[in-house]
Design a protein around this ligand. Structure first.
Ligand SMILES: Cc1ncc(C[n+]2csc(CCOP(=O)(O)OP(=O)(O)O)c2C)c(N)n1
Length: 568
């Protein structure tokens, strides 16, 4: 039901908030600005229906909205002010683009009578953010007529969710927002979803039936619990081995006997070999980007050795890199059920291979013990103690490799999305994503795994968590005193020549306590379990500061080994 009748006249700033409520939005993230006071006043007017979470930096706010889009499948909403605010928010927009996350960024803009003078903080957002297929936004629009604001909002929601989901920028000139309008809001948007054509499905079944060593890679956005269940049934019936694309590990239940591992950075070498040696790759949903293709080598670009069936929701994505053997344009909500309707042949030559793929995945879960702090054991302990529906959030850095390798995601069909991780590789994502998840779904436990570099890019959002009453939120900072990922690359390319990758760190425990969190330091594996149990039990945001030997650079090797291999 709408919140206003068409005869009501109110300023466009209020109409915008009414339109968001109509779309089912109950939480927006942002940093206020004088450019959109009329919208803030709308949030005040409708404060019993919708809340505006005031963040501490627009990068944090945009990451929170991106996480909201990932968690809910509908656009996360972020509000920022002109040039400086929009500049800070760019990282969240870029992440939403690369991760195919529905999101809308509203930007306050100079008044129309000041336009094009380079007025205070004026920026041309079409130049800044695109739109394009290789960048920051699917669509950038500036609303100059208050009577058409509803149309633009409706278009933003459609565009963010339809085809390949992604971010939309809507620019709001200050004078437009204060103009009275009696227009009404438009109805809640339900995205139009494309389905595979019967002939394409029949061709896919033929190709699968003729294969000897097929492999399925799933990923991308737009999945629902039902489509994930259909996917599970489809691969069971066809006995297919399944891998999850980089940072889409929660699409498929990692405990399922057909699950073979994640296809991303630090891939299990046995899995890489399997994908390289497959004769057919069925990619359902992933973008087949650099991280999922091992730098376009597991699948050679532009013409892979394997046969390729690529299923994706975005027409512009199909055939963009790979000259596939079969392209199927379909939303994920429709693709898996359609594949699940395909009849499998009685005999499938690869059944034993699927078992082997699973065994290789299980073998990869066995860690090499490390003293005094074993990150693999840390991840396995978190998994053992945390509730099943816990949301895991991380940013970018080598620390995330332990989570990606050792955590078994139970899958979207059981618990909704439980992995908030940037395929864009944006450092600083994890803290705000975790804060957003905790505020949006307060009944769930949220665990953020952060590097020391990663954490401090957005650590100020600890204040947002405290201020808005987050509870079951745990941030684990893995402090190795370096920008470890970069040091690793340095030691490989320029052994022994350290430059720009050392960090000075604050006392993270004192820092967290200053923000109103509880905090503990952990130096050994044995100390971790009781500290994490206390964090789970106390119902207060808690930071655990883990000291990690910088030589322990990944779950597979050390800095010393890398340096020695590069400098024999
Ligand atoms: C916003 C951003 N800036 C820079 C980088 C490049 N980068 C990738 S990983 C990394 C270091 C991460 O350091 P840390 O968080 O301490 O984790 P570690 O690698 O040491 O585990 C850097 C600087 C990036 N990915 N994102």
């Amino acid at each position: 039901m709408g919140v206003a009748s068409s005869s009501t006249s109110r300023i466009a700033g209020h109409l915008l908030v009414e339109a968001l409520i109509e779309q089912g939005v109950d939480t927006c993230f942002g940093v206020p600005g004088e450019s959109y006071l009329a919208v803030l006043d709308g949030f005040h007017a409708y404060r019993d229906r919708i809340r505006f979470i005031a963040c501490r930096q627009e990068g944090g706010a945009a990451f929170m909205a991106e996480a909201q889009g990932k968690l809910t499948g509908r656009p996360g909403v972020c509000f920022v002010t002109r040039g400086p605010g929009a500049s800070n928010a760019a990282i969240g927009l870029h992440t939403a683009f690369q991760d195919s996350t529905p999101m809308i960024l509203f930007i306050g803009q100079v008044a129309g009578d000041q336009r094009d003078r380079e007025a205070f903080q004026e920026v041309d957002y079409r130049q800044m953010f695109g739109p394009g297929t290789l960048g920051m936004a699917k669509l950038v629009e500036e609303v100059t007529d208050a009577d058409r604001l509803s149309e633009y909002v409706s278009r933003a929601f459609h565009t963010a969710m339809q085809g390949r989901p992604g971010p939309v920028v809507v620019v709001l000139p200050e004078d437009m927002l204060t103009t009275a309008t009696s227009t009404t809001v438009l109805p809640r948007v339900e995205p139009a979803l494309s389905s595979p054509s019967p002939s394409a499905l029949a061709r896919a079944a033929e190709m699968l039936s003729a294969a000897r060593r097929p492999f399925v890679i799933v990923g991308g956005s737009g999945w629902t619990a039902e489509s994930c269940l259909a996917l599970e049934h489809f691969v069971e019936r066809w006995h297919l081995p399944v891998g999850c694309a980089f940072r889409f590990q929660d699409i498929f239940d990692n405990r399922h006997p057909n699950y073979a591992g994640d296809v991303g950075i630090g891939i299990n070498p046995a899995l890489a070999e399997r994908i390289g040696g497959a004769d057919l790759i069925l990619a359902i949903g992933p973008r087949l980007g650099e991280m999922t293709t091992g730098g376009y080598s597991l699948l050679a670009a532009p013409r892979p050795q394997q046969q390729l069936i690529h299923v994706h929701a975005g027409a512009e994505e199909l055939g963009r890199v790979y000259a596939a053997d079969l392209l199927i344009q379909s939303a994920m909500a429709c693709a898996a059920p359609a594949f699940n309707a395909l009849q499998a042949p009685a005999e499938l030559p690869w059944t034993a291979e699927t078992e082997r793929a699973r065994n290789a995945y299980s073998a990869n879960l066995v860690p090499t013990r490390v003293e005094p702090l074993d990150m693999a054991e840390v991840v396995l302990t978190i998994q053992r103690l945390a509730p099943d529906d816990t949301v895991y959030a991380n940013g970018a850095g080598n620390f995330s490799g332990w989570l990606h390798r050792f955590h078994s995601y139970r899958g979207l069909r059981h618990d909704g999305r439980t992995q908030l991780a940037p395929t864009s590789g944006a450092m600083g994502y994890g803290v705000p994503a975790a804060v957003a998840a905790s505020l949006l779904e307060p009944h769930r436990t949220v665990v953020n795994l952060a590097g020391d570099g990663d954490f401090l890019m957005t650590g100020q959002e600890l204040a947002t968590a405290t201020g808005y009453g987050a509870r079951r939120l745990i941030s684990i900072v893995v402090d190795n005193g370096i920008y470890g990922t970069i040091r690793m690359h340095q030691e490989r390319e320029y052994p022994g020549r350290v430059s720009g990758s050392d960090l000075f760190n604050p006392d993270f425990v004192a820092l967290a306590i200053a923000y109103g969190w509880k905090a503990e330091r952990v130096d050994t594996t044995a100390e971790f379990e009781p500290a994490f149990a206390r964090a789970l039990a106390n119902g207060t945001p808690t930071l655990l500061h883990l000291k990690l030997d910088p030589d322990v650079i990944t779950s597979r090797t050390t800095l010393t080994a890398i340096r020695e291999a590069s400098n024999p």
